[in-house]
Design a protein around this ligand. Structure first.
Ligand code: PEP
Ligand code: MG
Length: 607
């Protein structure tokens, strides 16, 4: 019998997953027991492989009489062998840069030089260079990561990328384990949206687990069990078969005191959209367009946008579709942007073609939806004006009226200044993830961050301010940060007058139930009292023992894989800036306003 191995991690998305181990890290080889990214030789070899591949394809095309297409492919072969592209990438890899990053940056630098040339034919080569760089990066990425297994699997990576999750969501992915990250990382947010169990801050030894071994990922226990003993496997199979959340009627959703509430879902993929709509969401309240491109080697082209948005927006006929512009910031910066001085919205506004391409596709793919465009991380009115002008232009070209334009209120200064922004926009959407981290002085990647921290009075008073500013200008305000699905924060939001919420797709049924059980008259009266949030946050939660522990105790083969990898792990959970003792509403003091929901409540206590 194989001895089970156990790896601890911080639960960031609830549930139990069963499947084979799938090590998803690309280009990793062992070196002194550690893993490393591609070397300069591997980068050089990747360019050579792409050049060979393109030359072979060109020869094949020529043989079949497709001379014109062969000539185009020949150019790609030449580009892949061009020292102007290869040398800087190899040098960057030699200097310690990650191989794929080095290739992306060299490609972007070369493309920018070409794009600036006055000769339009040469300028057009910029796109070819980007494509070759992408092919080389893909080659590096796929070279040593085995393809995912055909059976159900649990993805293990040093840093799970949210793009992995949406790519693999409908290909057998049963859960994810990340050595890095925390509850507010975008991978965790997407895992919750997909209803996939996930651990972050996991024991790094998990990276040495061989592919193909059976495993149980139990986010409730904060544990990945590889080669589990039979009784545990049976208990896990039984648990997964019985944990389906029953469908809750969401048509005409109302609070317990009859206040109508619109419940939408947050998505980044077609899979989440299907899930959210099946769970009863009235539409999409936040489409995170950047997630699909977090490994991109260049700004997405119109074809890239169409491939991503088409399958999502085609599900939203006559339904709300709030599409957010690319937000390449924080943990969502793709390789080609990492060395740039500007990121996020600022970078997008400095790349007018990128903005125009995205708006064009949003208008085209979203024409049958009740479309709105949402601007991320807004800091100034000039930014709003720039997007509005670009949107008007794109709409005129498409021969239609511009859709509603709203802003994310997720920067503290923007929230504080909401009254100045309200007359310039059609709606506000409050991003509690970024807002809370900024107000509390936390890094979003910190393992101590979690949606419930938005209950802090400093965050709540800013939200109140935003709601009042919206009301004064007669515009709508919604909340799309993860706090909208938190059982502690949700009643506070309803009590402050928020009537539009957008939550992770898999959360829709639970949140609908919470809304229906909440009395806003009681919620409105909730006043902050001494709570435990600030004390809790420095101690990652230890999940309560459950019945499956009994089965596990029966096994004498247990190996507690690491003491460093309990929820506390080697990463510090301390905030970057200490949080002053704060008064926060607690479940006790809020009494009847907070409905009891075991599923969501247990998530909240472990996330
Ligand atoms: C937020 O910050 O709350 C938000 C919804 O945006 P994101 O999580 O994508 O940064
Ligand atoms: Mg945000």
């Amino acid at each position: 019998m194989t001895t089970p191995s156990r790896y601890r991690g911080q639960p960031v998305s609830e549930g139990i997953g069963l499947g084979e181990i799938y090590q998803g890290d690309p280009s990793l080889t062992k070196e002194n027991g550690h893993r490393r990214a591609a070397t300069e030789d591997e980068v050089r070899a990747a360019f050579a492989a792409v050049a060979r591949d393109r030359a072979a394809l060109a020869a094949e095309l020529r043989e079949k009489g497709h001379d014109q297409r062969a000539a185009i492919v020949d150019i790609a072969a030449l580009i892949a062998a061009d020292p102007a592209l290869v040398t800087p990438a190899v040098e960057a890899a030699r200097a310690g840069a990650d191989g794929a990053d080095a290739v992306a940056q060299a490609g972007e630098a070369q493309a920018a030089l070409l794009a600036a040339l006055p000769d339009p034919d040469l300028a057009q080569r910029a796109g070819d260079v980007r494509q070759v760089a992408q092919a080389v990066a893909d080659y590096l990425g796929h070279k040593s990561a085995a393809p995912p297994p055909a059976a159900k699997f649990i993805l293990v990576r040093r840093e799970v990328d949210p793009a992995d999750l949406i790519r693999l969501a409908e290909a057998g992915l049963a859960g994810a384990v990340s050595v890095g990250g925390g509850a507010s990382s975008h991978a965790a947010i997407i895992a919750r949206g997909l209803g996939l169990p996930m651990l972050a801050g996991a024991d790094p030894d998990v990276l040495d687990t061989p592919n193909g071994h059976h495993a149980i990922l139990d986010a409730g226990l904060g544990e990945l069990i590889v080669d589990p003993p039979e009784p545990e496997l049976i208990a896990a199979q039984t648990a997964t078969a019985t944990t389906q959340e029953p469908r809750f009627a969401t048509d005409n959703l109302k609070t317990a005191d009859g206040q109508p509430v619109t419940l939408l879902c947050n998505v980044a993929s077609a899979a989440e959209t299907r899930l959210g709509l099946a769970g009863g969401a009235a539409g999409v309240g936040l489409l995170r367009t950047e997630i699909a491109f977090t490994t991109a080697a260049h700004w997405p082209t119109t074809a890239d946008h169409l491939t991503q948005l088409g399958p999502i927006l085609s599900q939203l006929n006559q339904k709300p579709a709030v599409v957010r512009l690319l937000d390449f910031s924080g943990d969502k910066v793709p390789p080609f942007q990492r060395s740039q001085p500007d990121q996020g919205l600022i970078a997008l506004l400095k790349a007018p073609n990128a903005l125009r391409d995205q708006l064009t596709v949003i208008l085209r793919a979203g024409r049958a939806t009740r479309l709105s465009v949402l601007v991320p991380m807004v800091r100034s009115l000039d930014e709003v004006a720039a997007v509005r002008a670009a949107l008007a232009e794109a709409a005129a070209e498409a021969g239609r009226e511009p859709p509603r334009l709203g802003i994310m209120v997720e920067v503290a200064a923007t929230a504080a200044n909401a009254a100045a922004f309200a007359p310039a926009v059609d709606f506000f959407s409050i991003g509690t993830n970024d807002l809370t981290s900024e107000v509390l002085g936390l890094d979003r990647a910190d393992q101590g961050t979690r949606p419930a921290l938005a209950a802090d009075p400093r965050v709540q008073s800013l939200i109140q301010h935003v709601v009042e500013a919206a009301a004064a200008s007669n515009i709508t305000v919604s909340v799309c940060g993860d706090a909208a699905a938190d059982p502690l924060v949700l009643p506070l939001l309803l009590g402050r007058g928020i009537r539009i919420l957008s939550v992770g797709a898999a959360r829709v049924p639970q949140v609908a139930r919470l809304i229906a059980d909440t009395d806003t008259r009681v919620a409105r009266l909730c006043r902050p009292s001494l709570g435990q949030l600030s004390a809790d946050r420095t101690t990652p939660p230890r999940p309560a023992p459950r019945s499956r522990d009994t089965a596990r105790a029966a096994s004498d083969t247990r190996r507690t894989s690491s003491s460093r990898a309990s929820g506390a792990s080697s990463r510090s959970a301390a905030p970057t800036t200490p949080i002053a003792p704060a008064t926060t509403p607690s479940r006790d003091t809020m009494g009847a306003a907070i409905p009891a929901s075991p599923t969501v409540a247990s998530w909240s206590s472990t996330a």
